[in-house]
Design a protein around this ligand. Structure first.
Ligand SMILES: Cc1ncc(C[n+]2csc(CCOP(=O)(O)OP(=O)(O)O)c2C)c(N)n1
Length: 666
């Protein structure tokens, strides 16, 4: 590196002392040397997929050095310098890349897809954009806890085209969250040049649209990166607010190693090669007499030794031996559920009141619980479940949100990473589609991937019979019951709803809590006044009889009860599942083995619903005790229509009685 081309970066060392300058240099040198080694190992097939950050080290290193160790950083796939500057032991990084147990994901996820609470780093999920909203959540926690901390989050310029970017900036701005949004504009997103990615001059200009300060920084100039970010983070700590930075830089290698750079004009490569952040800085330090040749050689020797020693330890580590129990055991965070027994007076409540009361008592119990949702504060939510909450708990904990489902679910994830609890109210369960990705990919998979709980409950007002049409009536639990890592609760009665909601909030795992809108005001029951919890995963046997087993949940339970009330000669076990994941298989099997007949009633359309899985489970586990084929009853295979006569035809309610009688006469 001593025969350098003419320097293209001009440095002003400001008031930085030599020690800091040398630290900046050494911290850039390390990821560069690791990457050079990785390239060799990749060619030898000894490590998996690799995204190079060569040429972009000044950004990772400068930002990380400007941050305090206890502050969170959320890096992307080209930010090796963040991990090394936070001094993660290299053997653990190497084990991670080789899919070994000493890595951070026990072989369950690759490359930089991991986080570590020990080093306050939250790694990405592949979908790029969700990182930004998660940073909002961590920053919200530090704001609520008066920590005077900044959260830094990275994205490439490609990721700025995702909705998550816009939602996260908007939320951060509306809530004045202490987030440093770092856009690394390296010219290409895979093969897509910036001009095909966005149509404004500078991405920093987008800050204006969100009422946010923004700056452009030469991402290859380590002194500029470090000094400006240091100043900005100090300012954010004092006066919390989001700031957007666009780092101008260039991707010097292919999108991923081995994918090449044929689509990048050679002149661009040549031009940016002259702006190499490490070589320029090395040259500068040597010219200034701050770095001697001997010192430089010593640094390189030390780093080389460190790399080789740690690589050897990672290579020596035994490969992972698969074990089904271990894998299944890490999907959910285990927790010691202790039932709080209902032992108080009761009062008659509607379903909606029971949910409201359960939520309010959980807010009293958990000082670190935050509720977020559209119009939930002064307005009390569209169903008035949180009416009056602001007066009791304040606007910090009862948060109106912009219409940003993705960013808010990501924010909830961030709160959980920072040790808090969150409840998110979907205005209607249908709108969860706008936040689907963080639910099924971030919340669901974090514990399995890197042991990070997602202590989030998403409340889902759902269901038909309210003449509200295809986008306000769906019961979409099946989208989630098939995703490992999520819990799904679906009460049919006020008592269950109150106790299960409290339990869902205590549970550190992500829970989708379905609340049927048609039951909100139509179902009443005596419910204990005090706080109590009911275990998730336990069905309740509402009626007992030996003719047939009826299995249902939500509104279906009430349809089944109506049918039994009308046909008093039918003696049925009626099982209200109450929660779908975990599913009380024991209750189902015990009953079916007794009755020999099973009918499953589900409000959702038939195909791919949970009724199909329950049917399959019964066939697999109770076949010999069955006297008739298992019957599924569900709604039509159409979207749910609006007008009464069509909706009534659609809903499974109208088909149930005949199906039950037919089954009994089989
Ligand atoms: C939602 C989603 N769409 C597409 C991809 C595939 N993909 C991975 S990285 C990438 C390019 C990202 O570009 P940019 O954000 O600029 O980051 P860079 O790789 O340039 O650092 C693409 C298209 C993905 N991971 N996630």
């Amino acid at each position: 590196m001593s025969t350098l081309p003419k320097r293209l970066i001009t440095y002003d060392k400001k008031n930085l002392d030599d020690h800091t300058l040398l630290d900046l240099y050494r911290n850039m040198l390390k990821p560069r040397m690791i990457e050079e080694k990785m390239l060799i190992l990749l060619r030898q097939g000894k490590v998996s997929k690799w995204f190079s950050g060569i040429g972009q080290e000044a950004i990772s290193v400068g930002v990380t050095m400007a941050m305090q160790k206890e502050e969170y950083i959320l890096p992307m796939h080209r930010n090796l310098g963040v991990f090394t500057t936070r001094e993660i032991p290299l053997n653990r990084l190497f084990s991670q890349w080789q899919g070994k147990a000493n890595g951070f994901t026990k072989g369950r996820d690759r490359s930089f897809h991991f986080g570590t609470q020990e080093f306050n780093i939250v790694g990405m999920i592949s979908h790029l954009g969700p990182q930004l909203g998660v940073a909002d959540g961590i920053a919200l926690a530090s704001l609520l806890q008066h920590k005077e901390q900044v959260t830094a989050v990275f994205t490439g310029e490609g990721g700025t085209s995702e909705g998550d970017f816009h939602e996260a900036l908007n939320v951060a701005s509306v809530w004045q969250l202490p987030v440093l949004f770092c856009v690394e504009n390296n010219g290409y997103g895979l093969s897509t040049p910036s001009k095909e990615q966005y149509f404004c001059k500078d991405l920093a200009d987008r800050g204006k649209g969100y009422g946010m300060e923004s700056f452009i920084i030469d991402g290859n100039n380590i002194i500029e990166v470090y000094t400006i970010i240091k100043k900005l983070t100090a300012s954010i700590r004092k006066r919390p607010r989001p700031i957007l930075i666009e780092f101008k830089t260039f991707r010097m290698r292919g999108h991923e190693e081995a994918s090449g750079t044929k689509y990048v004009p050679q002149e661009l490569m040549d031009q940016w090669a002259k702006k190499d952040p490490l070589e320029n800085f090395e040259n500068f330090l040597k010219e200034q007499g701050i770095l001697t040749e001997e010192q430089d050689a010593q640094y390189k020797e030390e780093i080389q030794l460190e790399i080789n020693t740690h690589l050897k330890s990672a290579f020596d580590e035994e490969p992972i031996v698969p074990n089904v129990e271990t894998e299944l055991g890490d999907v959910y965070k285990s927790f010691d559920f202790k039932a709080v027994v209902p032992n108080s007076e009761t009062e008659e409540l509607r379903l909606i009141d029971a949910i409201s009361e359960g939520l309010r008592q959980s807010m009293e119990k958990h000082a670190d619980l935050v509720i977020m949702g559209q119009d939930i504060a002064e307005y009390g939510g569209v169903f008035k479940i949180t009416e009056g909450f602001v007066d009791v708990f304040g606007k910090e904990r009862v948060r109106n949100t912009p219409i940003c489902e993705s960013a808010i679910i990501e924010t909830a994830m961030g709160l959980s990473i920072a040790g808090m609890k969150a409840v998110v109210e979907m205005q209607f369960a249908d709108f969860v589609t706008s936040g689907f990705n963080p639910v099924v990919n971030y919340l669901a998979k974090s514990h399995y991937r890197w042991n990070q709980q997602a202590d989030v409950v998403i409340r889902m007002p759902c269901g038909g019979g309210v003449a509200a049409g295809p986008f306000h009536s769906q019961t979409n639990e099946a989208w989630f019951t098939k995703t490992p890592g999520l819990k799904v609760v679906y009460p049919a009665f006020p008592y269950d709803a109150k106790g299960l909601l409290a339990a869902a909030i205590e549970d550190p795992n992500p829970v989708l809590f379905f609340e049927h809108k048609a039951l909100y005001r139509s179902i009443r029951q005596h419910v204990p006044i005090n706080y109590f919890t009911l275990p998730l995963g336990k069905a309740s046997l509402l009626r007992e009889g030996s003719d047939v087993t009826i299995i249902s949940y939500g509104a279906g339970v009430h349809w089944a009860m109506d049918t039994l009330d009308k046909n008093t000669h039918i003696k049925a076990d009626l099982i209200d599942l109450r929660s779908l994941q975990p599913l009380d298989k024991e209750a189902i099997f015990t009953s079916v083995k007794k009755t020999g007949r099973a009918i499953i009633l589900q409000e959702d359309s038939l195909f791919g619903g949970i009724a199909s899985d329950i049917s399959a489970l019964i066939m697999e586990c109770c076949f010999e005790q069955l006297d008739a084929p298992v019957k599924r009853v569900a709604s039509l295979e159409t979207p749910i229509p609006f007008v009464d006569q069509l909706e009534n035809q659609y809903l499974a309610k109208g088909q149930f009685e005949k199906a039950l009688i037919d089954l009994l006469s089989y």
